[in-house]
Design a protein around this ligand. Structure first.
Ligand code: GTP
Ligand code: MG
Length: 210
């Protein structure tokens, strides 16, 4: 039977070990790994879901979203990088000023409603072409989000690639067309993750198109 002294010694030893382990955990915690930051512009016609997508990525409440007047900026954290995304409102009276906000962009995100009528697809193609021709956006990596895949009549990425003439529009830059829907957050994150791989130069695909 251990006497009282031995029991006290054992207790003190256990307390010391506990204190040492806790202090190690608190003091020796590694600093958070810093992630590279990139600036991106997010374009697309009005009502295609740009603000909803960015709000969703930030884990914020999506119930009170209103059309974007001018622009809005959100910093979105991903595993490998932080994207500072500037959304430009898509209404006609705002689109004419888009080019004032391109400066400093390192990537372009273009969101489309995949269920748009064929006539609207032509308008989308024209707006996209005009934006991507601008000096500040030339050659930048491009993510085309074929969004609203949950809607009836949503087009697949092959059809969208053809209708928007993406092979031609994407010439001279790396580009991705990616299907997404607000109902499945992983489809949205997946598209942005691919874009980050392009920005970091870590994508494993040889061709421009993914
Ligand atoms: N069915 C469906 N609706 C969506 C999806 N994503 C967004 N929406 C809806 O689309 C509507 C417009 O969304 P916004 O995020 O305001 O669109 P926006 O592109 O930011 O519009 P502007 O700011 O005017 O350029 C909202 O009612 C959203 O709930 C989606 O994947 N599927
Ligand atoms: Mg908006």
């Amino acid at each position: 039977m251990p006497n009282l002294c031995e029991s006290c010694g054992f207790l003190v030893g256990a307390c010391r070990l506990c204190f040492y382990t806790c202090s190690q955990a608190i003091c020796c915690r590694k600093p958070p790994v810093s992630r590279p930051e990139f600036a991106a512009v997010c374009l697309g016609l009005s009502n295609v879901g740009k603000t909803t997508i960015l709000t969703n990525l930030c884990g914020e409440d999506e119930s009170s979203i209103v059309p974007t007047v001018g622009f809005s900026i959100k910093a979105v954290g991903f595993n490998d990088a932080i994207l500072n995304i500037k959304e430009l409102g898509g209404a006609e009276n705002i689109r004419q000023y888009w080019n004032r906000y391109y400066d400093g962009a390192e990537a372009v995100v273009f969101v489309i409603d995949s269920a748009s009528a064929e006539d609207n697809m032509q308008q989308i193609a024209d707006e996209m072409k005009a934006a991507l021709c601008h000096n500040h956006l030339k050659g930048l990596p491009l993510l085309v989000l074929a969004h609203c895949q949950d809607k009836d009549g949503a087009r697949g990425i092959e059809e969208i690639t053809e209708l928007l003439d993406l092979e031609m529009i994407g010439e001279g830059r790396q580009w991705i067309v990616h299907a997404s829907s607000i109902n499945d957050n992983s489809t949205i994150r997946g598209g942005f993750t691919k874009l980050i791989h392009l920005l970091l130069g870590t994508d494993e695909v040889d061709s421009n198109r993914i």
